[in-house]
Design a protein around this ligand. Structure first.
Ligand code: CA
Length: 245
């Protein structure tokens, strides 16, 4: 189990080896069980501006920056990008709806996986398209002693965002590691695409309503049916991937 996928990753990418020293975690849908609320907030906020958008579309667009999501809808409806003012009004409405109904529950076994990664001396990074001002505070609240400001890439750092490889390449640069020394954990098709295009080994955890097929098609090296399944296989994966245990 896993050795075929790892061998395939090394060969396809033409890397000398695969020897993970850091894990890059996406945030929403991987650490926080927040995607349902995000999807709801997007649908309602866009509706209030006369823009049709479904929850399924929210999941398919997950990982994009707010700005890029709004441009996508505008182009479909009005055939143009949104203005900065329009973007700010819509994003403010969306954030307000999200804050009002958020519960910020942890995804089951996300904390346990992080603790295991820490015990393996793996470096932990967060790479998210989210631009919530209280991001680090809510991470600290739910995952104490885990994340550091210097080891984060958020919507404030990037100019393009997922599915462009930019955020993951930025995290790679911050880490000072080689591409074959990193594992990415993502839940969204566009996030998987971003990480995979950055040349990183990408594990998809399917925590939402999408078919696993779309995660494979986006370039995932492994797909698990949620975080608990990944956690249950982590020791085996570590053994095959030569991660310290
Ligand atoms: Ca996500």
């Amino acid at each position: 189990m896993f050795s075929a996928e790892i061998k395939n990753f090394i060969n396809t990418s033409n890397y000398p080896t695969f020897s993970p020293k850091a894990i890059f975690f996406d945030m929403d849908g991987v650490l926080f069980d927040s995607m349902k609320t995000h999807a709801y907030a997007w649908v309602e906020a866009l509706k209030s501006f006369g823009l049709p958008f479904t929850e399924y579309e929210a999941y398919m667009n997950e990982g994009r920056t707010g700005s890029s999501t709004i441009d996508g809808v505008f182009n479909k409806v009005h055939g143009r990008n949104a203005t900065e003012d329009e973007k700010q009004s819509i994003y403010r409405a969306k954030s307000k709806l999200f804050e009002a109904s958020k519960q910020s529950k942890r995804i089951p076994h996300s904390l346990e996986l992080l603790r295991k990664n820490q015990s393996q001396n793996l470096n932990i990074f967060v790479v998210t398209g989210s631009g919530q001002p209280t991001l680090l505070a809510s991470l600290d609240e739910h995952f104490p002693d885990t994340f550091e400001k210097e080891k984060m890439v958020t919507a404030f750092d990037v100019s393009i965002g997922k599915p462009n490889p930019e955020p993951y390449l930025m995290a790679l640069k911050k880490s000072g590691l080689q591409a074959w020394e990193v594992v990415v954990i993502e839940n969204a098709p566009l996030g998987v695409e971003s990480a995979s295009k950055a040349g990183l080994f990408t594990i998809a955890v399917n925590t939402g309503p999408l078919e696993p097929k779309v995660l494979w098609e986006s370039g995932a090296n492994l797909v698990f049916d949620g975080m608990t399944e990944l956690y249950n296989h982590w020791d085996k994966f570590s053994e095959v991937a030569n991660i310290n245990s």
